[in-house]
Design a protein around this ligand. Structure first.
Ligand code: SF4
Length: 276
């Protein structure tokens, strides 16, 4: 039994025999996760303040920006263009520090009256998202609250998952947007390829997982949250960052929770409307 189990493990030579591009891709995820985990743990263990939270998000954004910047030239070109916003009509999974970082940048740049107006708009969109899966949002064309005239209104402050989402083919996005069910079924049965860039997605998703892992190890909550719903909560409360750092369950109304539905199978659903 033992000999059989050992035989199934690839040898080092077998691992190194794969194409160097494939090897790089295989190593990207664990290396990214570990690097961001260690940076996050280092920052948050030294000081648990709003500034250290913003610093750990900025670190992930900067590090991943540099890594992807070095790899982008070797990748297939992205089909994404300003004004093309089909992918902004689905759930965006975020961690609490990403939300708090975006809110800080907004509060630094907008007046109180502008924040109030924005909060009302974001809360209205959050209530439309309540109880819906990402697929349902796309089918019902319910966009992220920060999409304005088909352009991201918070582009420099957007979350990690938005930074890693690149399409390889606009026709694939259009097919998903116009007939999601058929397109997903075709990708599942192999008759169509999911045409998005794998490397940036792996990088930014891994950075987010590394960050969440380190926060959890430090006793902070790292539940997956829906961005619009979490922003509605955060914009309504000027003391949200301090409360979250104290361990208050302030984002419970914005959690993405896994459910199994008869129509869609296993899906993440935004649990409740974005009001605290
Ligand atoms: S934050 Fe910006 S890029 Fe991300 S889903 Fe919203 S509008 Fe799109």
């Amino acid at each position: 039994m033992q000999a059989q189990a050992l035989k199934q493990e690839p040898t080092l030579n077998e691992i190194l025999a794969v194409d160097s591009e494939e090897l790089a891709e295989r190593m990207l995820e664990p290396a990214t996760m570990q690097a961001i985990y260690e940076d996050t743990a280092d920052i948050i263990s030294r000081s648990r303040t709003p500034d250290s939270l913003y610093a750990l998000v900025q670190n992930a954004i900067k590090t991943m920006g540099e890594v992807w910047g070095n790899l982008a030239d070797e990748s297939e070109p992205a089909a994404c263009r300003k004004g093309c916003s089909m992918c902004c009509h689905q759930s965006v999974m975020v961690t609490a520090p990403e939300v708090l970082h975006t809110v800080k940048l907004l509060r630094d740049n907008l007046s109180e009256a502008e924040i109030d107006q924005l909060q009302a708009r974001v809360a209205a969109r959050a209530s439309e998202i309540e109880g819906r899966s990402s697929n349902e949002r796309m089918d019902s064309r319910i966009a992220c609250a920060f999409l304005v005239d088909d352009i991201c209104s918070i582009y420099p402050a957007r979350p990690l998952q938005c930074r890693g989402g690149y399409s390889e083919d606009v026709e694939y996005c259009r097919s998903l947007f116009e007939d999601r069910e058929t397109t997903q079924a075709a990708v599942a049965d192999g008759s169509m390829d999911g045409r998005y860039l794998l490397v940036p997605k792996m990088l930014y998703d891994s950075a987010q997982i590394g960050m969440a892992g380190a926060l959890k190890a430090e006793g902070l909550t790292a539940d997956p949250l829906e961005f619009t719903a979490a922003m509605a909560i955060a914009l309504a409360d000027p003391n949200i960052t301090e409360k979250w750092l104290r361990g208050w369950p302030v984002f419970d109304g914005a959690r993405l929770v896994r459910h199994t539905t008869a129509a869609e199978g296993e899906q993440y659903i935004t649990e409740a409307a974005g009001t605290a």
